[in-house]
Design a protein around this ligand. Structure first.
Ligand code: NAP
Length: 267
């Protein structure tokens, strides 16, 4: 009998992680949600169970844990392995965004690294041996467009996300031969609490929707096992358009030798 696949989704209580958890539940995964707020986890479990008509056993399991705590991550992975005996998919979605670069105090800089980079690293460290023993598995990490192109005043966040892109690229080369695929998602603005809290320059409907990220996950899972995708960059059309027009204006300012105008145009 074919076993039911098991997926750990960190950040599964809200935003991108919750949309991906819905998608995975619809694909028949046993979803294991990880976040700090138990109340939000319970609400997400109820919502997902109701939407996909899941009984108590098939409804998502929830793990209230702070992913900046290494021992807590090990306990979550151990509990999932103990309960279901396998882990087929790891979706590292939990993350925080704190603006700032040199104005960040070192403790805040460290916090960004603990949540956005060390947590996915430790989850992978714990899950990879289980996937290796199974001979299969998929890992999907959420970095950001800011993990590929850094913008001003986001140095701490960007550094953590560049780190995650680099970790993913290295692991991509290590894990392929072991039957494990790993993909890093690099979205621009996504319409979630995080974007709302940051005063995004785009209207909510102009952003990527969490369901678009979930659809990207569905696409990745639809690819046959010999296919590997290292990373996926998802952009908002309005952002691409705006940057494109600024780049053209900068070229004209250069050609017309107007350095003040060139300097005033920001990407
Ligand atoms: N929204 C965007 O514009 C955007 C763009 C590019 C990349 N991303 C990345 O996408 C991922 C998801 O972002 P989102 O927009 O969905 O954010 P969100 O709406 O703020 O949700 C964040 C999720 O992560 C959990 N989380 C945060 N800190 C945690 C911690 N220390 N331990 C455990 N869980 C924690 C939150 O639950 P609790 O608060 O209850 O812990 C929540 O479930 C993040 O990695 C983010 O950097 C977002």
């Amino acid at each position: 009998m074919k076993s039911i696949p098991v997926a750990i989704v960190t950040g599964g209580s809200r935003g991108i992680g919750k949309a991906v958890a819905h998608e995975l539940a619809s694909l028949g995964y046993r979803v294991q949600l990880v976040a700090r707020s138990r109340a939000n986890l319970e609400a997400a479990r109820e919502e997902i169970a109701a939407a996909h008509h899941l009984d108590a056993e098939a409804a998502p399991d929830i793990y209230a844990a702070d992913v900046s705590d290494v021992a807590a991550i090990r306990a979550v992975v151990g509990a999932v392995k103990e309960r279901w005996g396998r882990i087929d998919l790891l979706f590292n979605g939990a993350g925080i965004s704190i603006p700032g670069t040199f104005d960040l105090d070192p403790a805040t800089f460290t916090r960004l690294f603990e949540v956005n980079l060390r947590a996915p690293f430790v989850f992978m460290q714990e899950v990879v041996p289980i996937m290796e023993a199974q001979g299969s598995g998929r890992i999907i990490n959420v970095a950001s467009r800011n993990g590929k192109v850094a913008v001003a005043n986001l140095g701490g966040y960007s550094a953590s996300k560049f780190g995650l892109v680099g970790l993913g690229e290295s692991a991509f080369r290590d894990l392929s031969a072991k039957g494990i695929s790993i993909t890093t998602l690099c979205p621009g603005w996504v319409n979630t609490d995080m974007a709302a809290g940051e005063g995004a320059s785009l209207a909510p409907e102009e952003m990527i929707q969490p369901e678009d990220v979930a659809a990207t996950v569905r696409w990745l899972l639809s690819l046959r096992s010999p296919v590997r995708v290292m990373d996926v960059l998802l952009e908002c059309a309005k952002d691409v358009e705006r940057r494109g027009s600024v780049e053209i204006a900068k070229l004209y300012a250069l050609r017309n030798r107007h350095p003040e105008e060139y300097d005033s145009l920001t990407l």
